[in-house]
Design a protein around this ligand. Structure first.
Ligand SMILES: [Fe+2]
Ligand SMILES: [Fe+2]
Length: 180
């Protein structure tokens, strides 16, 4: 298997999850009411899976190794765009969490903001994924020989293995700091 294989499987789950979130957002708009769980579950998915686990492998392994290669100007440009888009996604997710917190504190006028931010994220991910799937991953993998690809794939699995522990250490830190 090539290293872009698992990245592309992950894209499929991200697409399904975000499309499901978009359906929930349509219902929220109709009912004018947010069950915070709908946002919390989507935010956890985006942060832990789409950003930390998936973008983590892209940035900390694939892009890290691509920087050492003599990429075409076009691929270099796309890689910078992808990095910028990851940052954009993080900022929008943080804004979504902030809007939901304000809503829970009683600011009902945050509802359109929640809907807008969630939709921005739901529209963003498929385009970002398409750019990687159709214009970046295939030409990029040509820069790695077979041995480098085997090593990268092993590093991906190791990265994934650590994620569950990182996630639950973080949960513990948050949980132990709660004063409810
Ligand atoms: Fe990405
Ligand atoms: Fe990706």
């Amino acid at each position: 298997m090539k290293p872009i294989g698992p990245l592309m499987w992950e894209h499929r789950l991200i697409e399904k999850m975000l499309s499901s979130m978009m359906r929930h957002i349509d219902n929220i708009e109709k009912s004018k009411n947010v069950n915070p769980l709908i946002i919390d579950i989507a935010v956890d998915f985006i942060r832990t899976y789409a950003d930390r686990t998936h973008h983590g492998k892209e940035e900390e392994i694939l892009f890290r190794d691509l920087v050492k290669k003599d990429l075409t100007p076009d691929l270099k440009k796309i890689m910078q765009e992808l990095l910028d888009e990851h940052v954009w996604g993080r900022n929008k997710t943080a804004a979504l969490v902030a809007a939901k917190e304000k809503y829970l504190e009683g600011n009902k006028e945050e509802l359109p903001c929640i809907i807008d931010l969630a939709r921005q994220l739901g529209n963003f991910y498929p385009k970002h994924i398409e750019k990687e799937d159709k214009h970046f991953f295939y030409p990029c993998q040509e820069y790695f020989d077979k041995e480098e690809q085997v090593r990268m794939l092993a590093e991906f699995w190791e990265f994934d293995r650590k994620m569950i522990h990182e996630k639950y250490n973080k949960i513990f830190d948050e949980y132990s700091g709660l004063s409810l």
